[in-house]
Ligand binder design. Structure first.
Ligand code: FES
Length: 115
């Protein structure tokens, strides 16, 4: 599901919704003027945000399966570390997906979206 961004006066943090709106071990896709961002929620309730593009062939990471602190790309199953944006295992060192800083405040999720 893609979230529409609310208009905000904060130049750095953009509110993307309630933490409960992001499924456990899942993601929400946020459309931005600079491309889609995937906001992930892990099974231990941590939130990470990455550009919604796999470093391999730009697969939509928001549609992948979250396992631990990684997501499996839905196209060719590369495992991407949500903490670093880098591929794991045999694909380590083959690119990197840019991360976005995340802030949780009173159950609301904010992402720093930059160009
Ligand atoms: S596009 Fe993600 S593994 Fe190929």
């Amino acid at each position: 599901m893609t979230l529409a961004l609310p208009i905000t006066s904060d130049p750095y943090w953009t509110e993307v919704g309630d933490i409960q709106d992001i499924p456990l071990r899942g993601a929400r896709r946020v459309a931005t003027p600079n491309g889609d961002v995937a906001v992930f929620r892990t099974g231990d309730d941590l939130i990470f945000a990455l550009r919604d593009e796999c470093p391999h062939r730009k697969g939509p990471l928001s549609q992948g399966m979250v396992s631990g602190h990684a997501v499996a790309c839905p196209l060719h199953s590369w495992m991407i570390d949500l903490r670093t944006g880098q591929p794991l295992g045999a694909d380590a060192g083959k690119g990197c997906t840019p991360r976005a800083p995340v802030l949780i405040k009173a159950g609301r999720v904010f992402v720093a979206l930059s160009d």
